[in-house]
Design a protein around this ligand. Sequence first.
Ligand code: THU
Ligand code: ZN
Length: 306
Amino acid sequence: MSNHPGLPRTPIVEHLDARLIGPGSAAVIEASELAALQTETGLDKHALILASLEWARRWARAPLSSFEVGAAALGESGRLYLGANIEFHGFPLSQTIHAEQSAIAHAWAHAETGLTVIATSAAPCGFCRQFMFELPEPRPQLLLADAPGGRPMSIESLLPSAFGPTQLGRSPQLLRAGPHGLQLIPHAQNAEHAEHAELTQLALAAANRSSAPYTGACAGVALETADGQRFAGAVAESVAYNPTLAPMQAALIAAHHGGQGVTLSSITHAVLVELEGATVSQLDFARQLLASVAPTASCSVALARA
Ligand code: THU
Ligand code: ZN
């Protein structure tokens, strides 16, 4: 049965309701499906995106708060990427992935280079407002489920007197960064990567699209699951530093929202590619986070240089 009192139970609504079941199914609504939803329900695009948040919330993993947040990011391609908050038992609260980050990183993992709308089921917190400020202008419109009148808002209007990328002399570049021209260094340390050569290339490709304007510490992670599915993600730095999304977090988002039958515990191996001699390293945190969701998974590192 549909969980969407606001949506008439048309065939496409029923179809999506049966398909968007949560982790283990892909959290994406195709452009053609959105168009069909519009035709069948007679609702406008914004109303449908807001309605899709009920589906997005199915991906929430909130063992600490039990507070499930859904977000949706409309890519320039017309695809709608759903995302939800992911909390990590045993970790500091500051390592929580917010729904907005999930939707954005999910879109990024599918090579979207621009977003036109971001919708959220809960008011976006200050951390998310700051994180979204890394998106280049024109930034996506925000649709808030509980906003009066349901009118879209600008990210800028929700972050007055912003501390933005220009404060550190940078331009916003999230989703559009790179390619950085990184190559793996031929080094003995990289020998173990013969075994995971393809996964390492995927991590390298992610690092090449990473957004690290503040430290230059480009980094990407690629994950493999027991049934051979692969997912990747890259670091997305914030000018305010703390809202930065780590590459392991980004890769876990891609796996959690993108997998056919994938659960995070089915990850068997990860490869981190990071910049040789960088001032910050992602390795320790990547290993800790991976171990918390997939205790038997291994994580290797390969260094790269430009
Ligand atoms: N949360 C989000 O995912 N987005 C927001 O902007 C509001 C807060 C999540 C984070 C945490 O998992 C839970 O809601 C409680 O704060
Ligand atoms: Zn937030």
